[in-house]
Design a protein. Structure first.
Length: 232
């Protein structure tokens, strides 16, 4: 049963799935963390794999960049393949000076400048939030690993390059970091009654100017991968 974007049969994909934006990060996770990984899709070079992690079936699927792309993949995974726990793992830009390169951010809520929520025709402003069940497990694992992490609000932006720099305004409201996918994932999950969580690694700072390379972002941010895999 293929969809327009995923070439998999029912049962090929686990109920718990990791969702990196970068398909090569999905490949890296499959090759380095999963036992007996099987690639189930490569449509548009967006790669998906299923294997086991400590005896539990888990999948990992690239989603591409931005909320429209993440929304397409997460919708199909939920509604056509039965995914129940969807965990975005990605990179983010720090908005506060207390966050540093390599720190984890666990997104309790996801603000957004997107109009994605308009489709639900709600009588107000919706606040996309994570699954508390997944969030609490992720926090316990991060504590166990003794790694630097922060839990709080993030912002999912439609714009990577913007003519108006709004980072200081989000920072004033205590928003920790900016990324581009979580809000749509949280809304898709809420509407379908399934669980979603976004775990991010700080790859650059809009405060200090620190930054990492593309290869570092693809292959070295393994703490968030281990935390996410522990949720299976």
């Amino acid at each position: 049963m293929s969809t327009p974007h995923i070439a998999a049969n029912k049962g090929d994909i686990a109920e718990t799935i990791l969702l990196p934006g970068d398909p090569l990060r999905a490949k890296f996770i499959a090759e380095n963390f999963l036992e007996n990984p099987v690639q189930y899709t490569s449509i548009r070079n967006i790669l998906g794999f299923t294997g086991t992690y400590k005896g539990k079936k888990v999948s990992v699927q690239g989603t591409g960049m931005g909320m429209p792309s993440c929304a397409i993949y997460s919708y199909e995974l939920i509604h056509f393949y039965g995914c129940k726990n969807l965990i975005r793992i990605g990179t983010a830009g720090a908005l506060l000076d207390k966050l540093h390169i390599g720190d984890l951010v666990i997104g309790m809520g996801a603000c957004t400048d997107s109009n994605y929520a308009s489709q639900y025709e709600l009588p107000g402003t919706y606040a996309p939030i994570a699954s508390y069940e997944l969030l609490s497990k992720a926090v316990r694992k991060a504590d166990e690993m003794k790694i630097n992490y922060h839990v709080g609000n993030i912002v999912s932006s439609d714009m990577f390059y913007s003519v108006n720099n709004s980072s200081a305004k989000w920072a004033k409201m205590g928003v920790l970091a900016v990324e581009m996918e979580a809000a749509a994932l949280y809304m898709n999950a809420a509407y379908a009654g399934v669980n979603a969580l976004c775990i991010l690694t700080i790859s650059d700072s809009l405060v200090t100017g620190e930054a990492t390379t593309a290869e570092q972002r693809e292959k070295t941010f393994t703490n968030m991968m281990e935390v996410a895999l522990s949720l299976a």
